[in-house]
Write a protein that binds this ligand. Structure first.
Ligand code: SF4
Length: 288
């Protein structure tokens, strides 16, 4: 199995202490984007993405020519004034930057639609603020079913593509989350199972050089199967019809129920209908 990708702060010394993992690097400032990408490359690792989180709106962001070829995940609080974004939309799209926006801000749902219409991939972040479920549902329906061409809106695109009637869809990968795919390092090289655990000061090992094969780490193995605890503890999410496309992510582990529950179960039903229709059409087109 592929070793997890390490999400780490931009620190050349730390990069040199890591072996055998692809890297997501977090930078604080835009000028660090090309430097960090180059340092990951020079340290002999493959770059998965550069994450930059800013308190400025997208309208304050200016893409640069030396970012070409760098996968960038930009977390912003909002789009800002569209007139200020418009001149840069083509560059943002051509750079294939992914713009992350909180789903809890209703204005962001509108911005998502505008940006995706212009070819910019948007990723909604489900955090502690409860979304406007009705507006979210409209956006989801447009994102998944609208015939007009537009860029993906995540996590809806991921769910629609990976949905399989017999399996769960865990879309944490869009958000660099989930220990099966990502582990998180602090500046001292300590390893956490998620960014949230890192912020809470909870680590599975005191330095990345001690990580070795993560499957030999008990904390890591337990985390891979953490979703099973929902069943063992009879968690309310287990009774949710949308569980298999949510796994606790839309509504902070049921904290936003019943809104999240209605949303996720409607979404699942719509995707199942859509895929069923697609299969029927394919069967009709197939030579008899
Ligand atoms: S939609 Fe809400 S209740 Fe259902 S699984 Fe997700 S978080 Fe839990």
């Amino acid at each position: 199995m592929k070793p997890p990708i390490l999400v780490c702060p931009y620190n050349r010394l730390l990069l040199d202490q890591i072996g055998g993992h692809d890297i997501v690097v977090r930078v604080e400032n835009p000028p660090d984007i090309p430097r960090a990408a180059e340092d990951v490359r020079c340290s002999g690792k493959a770059l998965h993405s550069v994450i930059i989180e800013t308190r400025q709106p997208l309208s304050a962001f200016r893409p640069q020519d030396d970012w070409v070829g760098i996968p960038i995940a930009l977390f912003v609080p909002g789009m800002g004034n569209f007139r200020d974004v418009a001149p840069w939309v083509g560059s943002i799209r051509d750079l294939k930057m992914h713009v992350y926006l909180s789903a809890g801000d209703r204005e962001n749902l509108t911005s998502c639609r505008v940006l995706a219409s212009l070819g910019v991939t948007c990723c909604l972040v489900f955090d502690t603020t409860e979304p406007d479920w009705e507006a979210l549902s409209d956006l989801m329906t447009w994102a998944v079913f609208a015939p007009s061409s537009h860029a993906p809106v995540e996590p809806f695109h991921h769910v629609a593509v990976h949905h399989n009637p017999g399996a769960y869809v865990d879309w944490g990968v869009v958000y660099f989350d989930g220990p099966g795919a990502f582990l998180h390092l602090d500046s001292a090289g300590r390893v956490a199972l998620s960014h949230r655990e890192l912020q809470n000061g909870s680590f599975i090992t005191e330095h990345v050089s001690l990580l070795g094969d993560p499957f030999e780490n008990e904390g890591y193995r337990n985390a891979l199967n953490a979703w099973r605890h929902y069943f063992l503890s009879d968690h309310p999410c287990i009774a949710c019809e949308g569980w298999k496309i949510c796994m606790g992510r839309f509504g902070m582990n049921g904290r936003h129920a019943p809104g999240c529950r209605a949303f996720a179960s409607d979404m699942l039903a719509e995707i199942e209908q859509y895929k069923g229709r697609q299969q029927e059409e394919q069967a009709e087109r197939a030579p008899s």
